[in-house]
Design a protein around this ligand. Structure first.
Ligand code: GLY
Length: 309
C-alpha cells in the first residue's frame, strides 16, 4: 500500500487516506476522504469553500478523481457552495458517463444527491452592482479590462495557487488519484484549474501508477502533465525520471511564454514515490509506504528524490 500528496496540508490528507487503506478500503475511497479532510479545513485558502474568491468575489471550486483500475475519471468545475467537490466528482464518476461537469447543473446534482451545500451568500446591494459592472466589462471583452486582468493573473499565479492532491494504492494494488482547489486567487470567472481536468492535475492507471500536480494549472494542462507522467511510467521510466521529464516540459512552456511559472508534480508507481518542481523553492511532498508519514523537499527544477523499494 502507498499514499502520496504534497504541501503541509498533504499530511492531513494522508492521515485520512491511510486510515481508509489500513482498514482495507479502496484506493478511490482513500483519495476522496484524504482530499475531503483538506476541503474541510477553514484555514485553507486554496482548497474548499474557505478558498480565495475569483475576480468578482465568488468562491468557485474545481476537483477531479480517477480510478486507475477502470480508467473512469470525472472532474467538476466552477461549482459554488459545494462543501466537498471531490465527493461530487466521485459521485459523477460512479453515476454518469461523463468526464467533466461544470457550473450550476453540477451544483443542482450535488443538491439532489444530498451532498452538503453552504448557504447562498447574500451580498450587500453595492457589491451586487459592482459585480454586475465587472461582469459586463468582462463579457464585452473590454481590452483594457482584460489586459488589467492578465496582469493580476500573472501576479496571483506566482503567489496564491495551491491545490490538494492525493494518490493511493490499496491492498489489491488498485491505484487512484485526485485533486481539489479553489483555483488561483482572483481568477477570471469561469476559469478552470487543472485539478478538474483528467490528465492535467491528476491521472491514474493501475497498470503503471499515478500523478498529481499543483501550481499554475494552465501549465499542467498545456503539458498534459499528469497523463504525461503516467505515460512515461508505461514506457519504463521510473517515477523520478517521469517527474523530471514533466518538469522539463513545463520549463519549456514557461520559456516560450517568458514567464516564471511554477509547477509541482508527485509521481508514484505501486512501490515508489518521487517528486519534482519548477520554480518552487521548498516544494514539499508527503508519502506513506506502510510506516510513518514522511515529508520531503523536492529540489527546484530538475532535481528529484526517490523513496521506497
Ligand atoms: N493548480 C491550481 C490552479 O491552477 O488554480
Amino acid at each position: 500500500m502507498l499514499a502520496a500528496s504534497y504541501h503541509d496540508s498533504g499530511v492531513k490528507a494522508l492521515r485520512a487516506a491511510v486510515e481508509v487503506l489500513l482498514r482495507g478500503g479502496a484506493a478511490v475511497d482513500a483519495v476522496e476522504l484524504g482530499i475531503a479532510a483538506v476541503e474541510d479545513d477553514p484555514d485553507e485558502r486554496t482548497v474548499g469553500l474557505s478558498g480565495w474568491p475569483d475576480w468578482i468575489g465568488e468562491v468557485t471550486l474545481d476537483a477531479g478523481i480517477m480510478d486507475g483500475s477502470t480508467l473512469r475519471a470525472c472532474g467538476v468545475a466552477a461549482v459554488r457552495r459545494v462543501k466537498h467537490p471531490i465527493s461530487l466528482a466521485r459521485k459523477c464518476l460512479e453515476l454518469l458517463p461523463h468526464s467533466l461537469i461544470v457550473g450550476e447543473p453540477a451544483v443542482k446534482l450535488a443538491e439532489h444527491l444530498g451532498l452538503e451545500l453552504a448557504e447562498k451568500p447574500q451580498p450587500p446591494p453595492e457589491a451586487v452592482e459592482k459585480k454586475r459592472g465587472l461582469e459586463r466589462g468582462i463579457t464585452e471583452g473590454s481590452a483594457q479590462l482584460l489586459s488589467y486582468y492578465s496582469r493580476i493573473f500573472r501576479l496571483a499565479s506566482r503567489i496564491w495557487h495551491d491545490t490538494i492532491g492525493v494518490i493511493a494504492v490499496d491492498r489489491c494494488g488498485n491505484i487512484a488519484a485526485g485533486a481539489s482547489t479553489s483555483g488561483i486567487a482572483f481568477k477570471f470567472p469561469g476559469r478552470v484549474a487543472d485539478s478538474a481536468v483528467v490528465g492535467a492535475g491528476f491521472y491514474s492507471d493501475s497498470r503503471y501508477g499515478a500523478a498529481i500536480c499543483t501550481g499554475v494549472g494552465e501549465v499542467a494542462m498545456r503539458t498534459a502533465a499528469a497523463f504525461r507522467a503516467v505515460m512515461l511510467l508505461s514506457q519504463g521510466y521510473d517515477p523520478s525520471e517521469a517527474a523530471n521529464l514533466v518538469i522539463e516540459a513545463a520549463a519549456e512552456v514557461a520559456k516560450l511564454d517568458g514567464e516564471k511559472y511554477s509547477l509541482g508534480i508527485v509521481v508514484a508507481s505501486r512501490e515508489i514515490v518521487s517528486a519534482a518542481a519548477l520554480n518552487w523553492e521548498n516544494f514539499k511532498y508527503v508519502y506513506w509506504l506502510g510506516n510513518n508519514i514522511e515529508v520531503r523537499i523536492a529540489d527546484n527544477l530538475r532535481h528529484k528524490y526517490t523513496h521506497g523499494a
